[in-house]
Design a protein. Structure first.
Length: 456
């Protein structure tokens, strides 16, 4: 506020200046701000708005500022308000008044829109890489355990047998939908706003196509007022990140459930667990718990941005300064969560004996028994009722289906015969040999397709 004096005679109130300063967080935009400024200077020279010599002085100065920042030698000044003015002021210090020509034919409004889009494009690229790494970890764990049969659950109650690989590939599918969402977001982020000025465009013969090519954009914004006030791409990233974090949180919840003795399906590697300050036997799934907890903060940033945008008239308003901290935190949270959970999944030890023991509980073959009766002519609703009563009888007598005699079966339906004992966990899986089913042949094809999708 103090750097751009203009018509103001009084200095900004110290508290007001601190309140409006964004440099404590928008310093992260420095590489994008400098890249945009270098491209802008080159364009100004190409169009004859400044000389080639002036552009060379400016771009060399910007390159040296980039080096200063990356070597930790640059002094960010809060009184200069934001990253744009910090860099511009330092440029003028280094090269003199010619540095003041850099801001010709642009505004901080289109400048920050450009910087944020460049940041978001890079964040999307890194997100897609980490999603693929996580998907690879899921595939590897599924392949290493593709013969493991486990209880599948609905309402957290034992339901039907499924392959563990089938269960894990459900999360692969979730992640692939996340990939698709981020790819879609990338397309709408890949729009070059520079040249929109403050809101009305600029009164210079600039070459926006040149700027887009220099900065790697495939599209140019079509309306200057929209371009400087649009933060849909921020909201889209945060929305896609929220859905992705929801998926990761669901898997984290299963890791949390599967690791203690009550389930005992998996053992977490010590590198991804923590101990207790008082109970020496504990191996806590804190990484999974934190990823579950951090999901809420990502949701919060999405809601904050939607709320910020909902009442803004065209064009730029200072409320838009609130777009950055939330986006930065969402990106940091999502990327770190993907990375740490990929590492955790990659080191999980599957405890086959515990899973085998769990298969003997919960009468998982009840649906198969109902299907057995249907295939012998019983209406499904009748078969469902017969098997429900059979389950109650078996539970009351502490028996599994395999321990019931044929006479006991026949008390509930004359359709039961010796072949009822051919119903097993393996036959249950094999019967579901349809696309999307848990039959080993289908899961094998699904694994092959998953590897094809991620390019392995």
């Amino acid at each position: 506020m103090s750097h751009i004096r203009g018509r103001f005679q009084k200095k900004a109130d110290k508290c007001a200046a601190a309140y409006t300063a964004s440099i404590p967080f928008d310093w992260r935009l420095y590489p994008y701000d400098i890249a945009g400024s270098i491209a802008h200077a080159r364009m100004l020279a190409k169009q004859g708005i400044i000389s080639a010599e002036e552009a060379k002085v400016i771009t060399d100065g910007l390159a040296s500022i980039l080096e200063e920042i990356e070597q930790g030698e640059f002094q960010f000044k809060s009184e200069l308000e934001d990253i744009h003015m910090n860099i511009e002021a330092r440029l003028i210090e280094k090269v003199g008044d010619v540095g003041g020509k850099l801001h010709t034919a642009r505004s901080r409004n289109d400048q920050v829109a450009l910087d944020l889009r460049l940041f978001a494009k890079e964040a999307i690229a890194e997100t897609l890489i980490r999603l693929q790494v996580f998907q690879r970890a899921l595939i590897d764990l599924a392949e290493d355990n593709k013969d493991v049969i486990m209880p599948g659950y609905t309402h957290l109650q034992p339901a039907q047998p499924v392959l563990l690989a089938h269960h894990l590939l459900a999360y692969f599918e979730m992640m692939q939908r996340d990939v698709d969402r981020f790819v879609d977001c990338r397309g709408r982020t890949d729009v070059m706003p520079l040249g929109s000025g403050a809101l009305a465009g600029v009164a210079y013969n600039i070459d926006r196509d040149f700027l887009a090519q220099e900065l790697g954009f495939s599209q140019i914004s079509r309306n200057s007022m929209d371009a400087v006030s649009d933060r849909d791409f921020v909201i889209e990233y945060e929305a896609a990140a929220s859905i992705c974090m929801m998926h990761l949180s669901r898997m984290a919840e299963e890791i949390i459930l599967w690791s203690p003795a009550e389930f005992g399906f998996i053992e977490l590697d010590e590198a991804y667990a923590t101990g207790s300050s008082i109970m020496p036997q504990k191996r806590n799934p804190d990484i999974a718990e934190l990823s579950r907890g951090k999901t809420g903060r990502v949701y919060g940033h999405l809601m904050a941005m939607l709320t910020t945008m909902k009442g803004l008239p065209l064009a730029y308003n200072r409320d838009l300064q609130e777009d950055k901290e939330g986006l930065f935190d969402v990106v940091d949270t999502l990327l770190s969560t993907l990375e740490v959970l990929a590492g955790m999944v990659g080191t999980v030890k599957v405890k086959r004996a515990s899973i085998e023991s769990a298969l003997q509980k919960g009468y998982l073959l009840a649906t198969d028994l109902a299907d057995y009766l249907v295939k012998k002519g019983a209406p499904f609703r009748t078969a469902h009722d017969i098997v429900a009563r059979l389950v109650s009888h078996a539970a009351d007598n502490g028996k599994s289906f395999g321990e019931l005699s044929l006479d006991e079966y026949k008390r509930f339906s004359p359709l039961f015969a010796d072949d009822v004992y051919s119903i097993t966990m393996e036959s249950s899986l094999a019967a579901r040999d349809i696309v999307g089913g848990t039959a080993p042949s289908q899961v094998g094809q699904a694994l092959a397709e998953a590897k094809r999708i991620i390019g392995n």
